[in-house]
Design a protein around this ligand. Structure first.
Ligand code: SF4
Length: 370
């Protein structure tokens, strides 16, 4: 099974921490852009005719900022061009400042069955500081419209002036309105974004403080019945994101739209980040790929190890043996003994101990070849 990702690169305005491909000043091009995405899908139809897709993820940007009929047409185009299984998980990302009852009804009618809502924090002053366009009240309205639906909420830690109580409040708000999944990410101050200046000025929490926030959030989430299945992702029983799990399991996926990346047949490729270039390519019936890299055996191993060690389950030794012909524990005995204090090793799995999952990068690095 494989996944489909579609990138909608429009937002109402740019958040202060954002370095994603999103163009607040280009929203007037939404209709032409979506026409190109439908065309790009048709261009891939023949090549992907033998694939079965069990997820479609509409991300961005802010997919909920554009007219809902474009989204309905997008889902229809995906169903028309590809083998999307009848029980496919179809997710749309939504910003609470762009949602209405009519939009959500259209989404549900066209087959969308999972919603990912960007709350980030339940504290209005922090939302304003981040440059988010919405308030807590708007999130509450959105969550009420999603009552009974399968929805996820994004929360951020590591914000300026954020306290542990603020994190508790954000988690409690998301959980109390029925979220079945919560993603809790640490703010990454990217060079070139306005928030990077805050970071340089020492206004953001330091690494130890963020680690404390993370541990606090994990305990709170666990207490509310959310199980951690990946370093930043928590869900009620069985409500994991099938789409993201496919990434972490090195599954195949095809991406459409500006900046969308794909991994098909052990080749990774990425579309241009430039909107004009994307239009020009698709309108002249050319793919908009700017980078394409086949993955060699060492690369496959690195990816498998890196992705699996991010998950709570860790590396499945039988799966590793089946894929690469060796036992992971034997092959990496030197690295394992060096990092043994951080690892749980059983007959079936090798995983990072729960308490060290947040610092997994510093542990994983020793296992990578490239
Ligand atoms: S809503 Fe998301 S994609 Fe849009 S500017 Fe904010 S962080 Fe970036």
């Amino acid at each position: 099974m494989a996944g489909i990702y579609v990138h909608i690169p429009f937002c109402k305005s740019k958040c202060r921490y954002c370095d994603f491909a999103s163009f607040p000043d280009k929203i007037g091009f939404a209709e032409s852009y979506m026409a190109c995405v439908y065309r790009e899908m048709a261009m891939r139809k023949e090549e992907l005719k033998n694939y079965k897709f069990n997820t479609l993820y509409i991300g961005g940007g802010t997919p909920s900022v554009i007219d809902e009929t474009y989204i309905a047409m997008l889902v229809a185009a995906a169903k028309k061009n590809f083998n999307l299984t009848p029980d496919a998980e179809i997710t749309i990302e939504m910003n609470p400042g762009t949602v209405s009852a009519s939009k959500i009804n259209t989404y549900k009618k066209c087959g969308i069955n999972r919603f990912s809502v960007g709350l980030q924090t339940a504290i209005d002053s922090q939302l304003a500081e981040l440059g988010r366009i919405h308030t807590l009240n708007q999130f509450v309205t959105c969550a009420k419209l999603l009552k009974g639906e399968n929805f996820s909420v994004d929360i951020m830690i590591g914000l300026k002036n954020q306290t542990l109580d603020d994190i508790t409040k954000s988690i409690e708000v998301a959980a109390s309105f029925g979220a079945s999944h919560i993603s809790m990410y640490a703010l990454t101050p990217e060079d070139g974004t306005p928030i990077y200046t805050d970071y340089l000025n020492g206004e953001l929490p330091d690494g130890d403080e963020v680690a404390e926030m993370y541990a606090h959030g994990v305990a709170k989430l666990k207490g509310l019945g959310f199980e951690r299945y990946e370093v930043s992702n928590f869900c009620k029983k069985g409500k994991y994101s099938r789409h993201n799990l496919n990434y972490w399991q090195r599954g195949e996926y095809i991406g459409f739209g500006v900046a969308a990346s794909s991994c098909i047949n052990d080749v990774r490729f990425t579309n241009t980040f430039n909107l004009d270039e994307y239009f020009k390519c698709i309108l002249s019936n050319h793919f908009a790929v700017i980078d394409s890299q086949p993955i060699d055996d060492a690369g496959k191993k690195d990816e498998f190890i890196m992705l699996a060690l991010r998950t709570a389950q860790g590396i499945n030794r039988a799966e590793y043996l089946g894929l690469f012909g060796t036992d992971f524990v034997e092959e990496y005995s030197a690295e394992i003994s060096k990092k043994s204090a951080y690892l749980d090793i059983s007959d079936t799995h090798v995983k990072i101990k729960d308490e060290y999952l947040f610092v997994q990068n510093s542990i994983i690095i020793d296992f990578l070849q490239e």
